[in-house]
Design a protein around this ligand. Sequence first.
Ligand SMILES: *Cc1c(COP(=O)(O)O)cnc(C)c1O
Length: 457
Amino acid sequence: MSNEKIPYKIYLEEKEMPTNWYNVRADMKKKPAPLLNPGTGKPMTAAELSHVFCDELVAQELNDTDRYIPIPEEIRNFYKMYRPSPLVRAYCLEEKLGTPAKIYYKFEGNNTSGSHKLNSAIAQAYYAKKQGLKGVTTETGAGQWGTALSMACSYFDLDCKVFMVKVSYEQKPFRREVMRTYGASVTPSPSTETEVGKKILAEFPGTTGSLGCAISEAVEAAVTREGYRYVLGSVLAQVLLHQSVIGMETKAALDKYGIKPDVIIGCAGGGSNLGGLISPFMGEKLRGEANYRFIAVEPASCPSLTRGQYLYDFCDTGKVCPLAKMYTLGSGFIPAPNHAGGLRYHGMSSILSELYDQGLMEAVSAKQTDVFKAAEYFARVEGILPAPESSHAIKVAIDEALKCKETGEEKTIVFGLTGTGYFDMVAYEQFHNGTMTDYIPTDEELAKSIATAPKLN
Ligand SMILES: *Cc1c(COP(=O)(O)O)cnc(C)c1O
């Protein structure tokens, strides 16, 4: 195999698609800290969680021992509409950079939602349907998750109620209409439909909303409606589990050609794509079978891993959700305007937080204008117009490839290209017009928001 030329695109066959998700927690000696009940300070029980989440998803959330969890056939059938996704050898980018490094990217933008989020949306909708529920509620910031979930709900004929951060609702009418095309109802948040929404509006009149606030509204809407549960598109262990399909396919494709990556890079918002991409490789590292470098890339404007603290914190502004131990900037943190909407969450997946804390993963932050520079460079060289979120990974992959150019090392770099940026052209416009900002929070600002974490730490 080794002297055979690697194709531009490594496609797996349908029959080579993974039949299990991989649960990296099973191979972690020190497990991620459990979710806590904010009232009692005790670990959340399955019974408590089942008011909010579907039963099967609660079981997955609490399962840190089973290494493999079978992907139900109905979900695999849906996956087959847009998976396996290609692993692309970035020959053109390598040539343009003049690097001896070999660069691969796993492209998850080949579906209507335009991102990897559909991998978990379809799983969560399936379990809601299986439980006989009427529908699900959720929040969306930039709109990718809401779009993915509305697609998944329409496939299983479930009602889908999306609370969309008001500023995005107004600025991204096209995303909103895609969701409505798939039958979802979309409410700008904060709204007067929930008690927590009314409270936030009374306290901050004229607020344009935040992800943390929309989460509080969506949770309330689920627990106060018969036959509804809440679903979340990132951060939770169950979401990283579903996203492991990305890493399993990547590993299968690389194994086919006997390729061993040296560095694996992904952007990190709540951590689901990165967690999914690295999981099987991290498993090998945890079991002592192989060694890899993993790099999480986050925006300099919302730097939870690189400048946050590892604490139990609230997951939402309204403080209705369980507490999670994670690298956090504090639930009161309001990031400066930044166009990578999917990377604006104040915390990070408990699994990735624990792996990072154990020194098994690195993290770096990138400035917005540098990220768009990389995005445009990539679009021109590789042809794909990347999402601003994904472009954080592109930026660092290029940096690593340029280091190889200096040292002459022929490293193999793999990164996750999570989606396309067609709905982000206002951001590209600002970049082209030179009006894009690069605000980075000061240490004082971060200390202030981190101080809003609960005192049980
Ligand atoms: C939501 C999103 C992300 C970030 O979410 P993670 O849970 O950190 O993966 C990254 N890229 C795209 C395209 C997204 O839509």
